[in-house]
Design a protein around this ligand. Structure first.
Ligand SMILES: [Zn+2]
Length: 319
């Protein structure tokens, strides 16, 4: 077995590239680049190559010591052919990552999606270590999840299983970015909370969060946390409402999938403990009594690194 792999987490704002030790899961070196998606998909390929080349230069590692390059991108992926079919957050469509990187670096290349790589990372070295039966749920700009059963990720017929963000929680509800109405993501994501807060501020409500807002910048999870620490009424109300919806979605998952463990991660969970605690308490209360008595909750343990670590192990994935 070769000692190292390269993992790449290709997100809407940044591209994180890391050299990962395959036996310990440790990130030995990493390179961070801005995605600058407005410059088009060929620029994303260019940035991917630059990041990997910089990693080689910095770590002085030889290509012969690398087992594979794994890339996880926020979007729908053709895993077999290593193509990004569609990634609205990256403005990327029909982008052949696998052939391009394989030809350039002459190494095996594996491509997956962002939630999948984070779940693999948590499974191997994080909160899911030693557990073969769990659901990972990540709450940030959107709400994503991955289902692990018998140690393997469930992909579904079209590779899109685990789209918890688009389970319907309100039949006549808010419009979601996917086009449907009442999706969980429109109620329980950081962006959903942001929309609620902004709506209230426009109507003249006052909030501590106004002290942190900057024109043109979005409301971050840390601004939400700072406002909660100041017991701000509006922010508490919007976050409690989001936890109410998220816990409903999670209770449905508990009843439907009956996992042993739910791992919660993402910016909003990491930054706002109030949101995490409220969500898991309510999710247990809303689940059927038998699974509710057994279900375990944990916070994701690898933070920003879960994606690159998981991507480095995409080569072990069984489709
Ligand atoms: Zn939706």
């Amino acid at each position: 077995m070769k000692k190292y792999s390269i993992g790449v987490d290709l997100g809407g704002t940044k591209i994180l590239t890391a050299l990962v030790d395959r036996s310990s899961g440790e990130v030995l070196y990493h390179v961070k680049k801005k995605t600058k998606k407005q410059k088009g998909s060929q620029n994303i390929i260019k940035k991917l190559i630059e990041g990997i080349e910089e990693l080689f230069a910095e770590s002085k590692i030889r290509k012969e010591e690398i087992s594979s390059i794994g890339v996880g991108a926020a979007g729908q992926i053709d895993r077999e052919n290593g193509i990004i079919i569609g990634a609205p957050n990256l403005d990327c469509f029909d982008l052949d990552i696998k052939t391009t990187l394989k030809n350039y670096f002459n190494l095996p290349v594996f491509v997956g999606n962002d939630v999948e790589i984070a779940a693999i990372g948590e499974q191997k070295f994080g909160a899911g270590k030693g557990c073969n039966d769990f659901v990972c749920i990540f709450v940030g700009t959107g709400v994503g999840s991955a289902i692990v059963k018998n140690g393997r990720i469930i992909y579904g017929a079209t590779g899109t299983a685990g789209e918890i963000g688009h389970i319907i929680v309100d039949l006549n509800g808010r419009q979601c970015a996917c086009g449907a109405h009442g999706c969980l993501e429109a109620y329980a994501s950081r962006s959903a909370i942001e929309t609620r807060i902004e709506g209230a501020l426009k109507k003249g409500r006052k909030s501590a969060i106004q002290d942190y807002l900057e024109p043109g910048k979005f409301i971050t999870s840390s601004m939400i946390q700072k406002s909660i620490e100041r017991e701000d009424e509006l922010v508490l109300q919007c976050v409690t409402e989001a936890a109410e919806y998220l816990s409903g979605g999670i209770a449905s998952v508990i009843n439907f999938v009956n996992p042993q463990l739910i791992i919660l991660g993402g910016g909003l969970i990491e930054a706002v403990d109030y949101f995490y605690q409220k969500t898991i308490k309510k999710a247990r209360a809303k689940s059927l009594p038998v699974p509710a008595a057994k279900i375990e909750f944990k916070k994701a343990a690898l933070g920003d690194y879960s994606g690159v670590i998981g991507a480095a192990f995409l080569e072990e994935r069984v489709l």
